[in-house]
Design a protein. Sequence first.
Length: 228
Amino acid sequence: MKAEIIRVAMGKSNSYLIKAKDGFILVDAGMPGKTERVIKVLREYDAELNDIKLIIITHVHNDHVGSLYDIKRKSNASVLVHEKEKNILEKGYNKFPDGTMFFSRMISSLANNVFFSQDQFIPVEVDIIIKDEFDLLDYGVDGRILHTPGHTEGSVSIIIEEKFCLTGDTLFNMFPNSVYPPFANDEEKLIESWKKLRENNCIKYYPGHGKDFGLKKFDKTIEKHIKK
């Protein structure tokens, strides 16, 4: 069975449902108070929250884990996160990421110094901790999770059927001619993660912000940011 990737708008960010052989995998959990949006999409497939078997967190920021506590409690799904972000998820707070552009540096500074409480969320206990790669075959999907640091130290991306890539905030699609994220804590590591993703030759990318896009747009951004 080929996997189906379903975008779920969750406030400021995207979550994705991956339809697997038996049930679903949820990638990220959006802003707080958005559980009903997941329920609504699942109903279109005659499914419920308890059909979610695994929740993959691409990175621990409030706009990606805001509804995680509620979804996990109601679905009883296992939560997977990279080892670098386990303590953050279980603590319930993360620093706003650094800006990579003038406007985003201003936002980052304001968020961390004035609105520091905005990135607080309900702590969630982690069930599965990964380091480098994780195979999804046991969850009914021909796919794997890769460690792709840069946006945050423990950011991960998901490769499905060697064709599709769910990137979290490693790639954004908010600008017409670029998928470079406006926020990243380590831009050097980010570029290295891009190289790793590009080696997989995926044909479509599903970002944490914005609509899915093709390899052509990714390559155009790579040409601008990766020195040959």
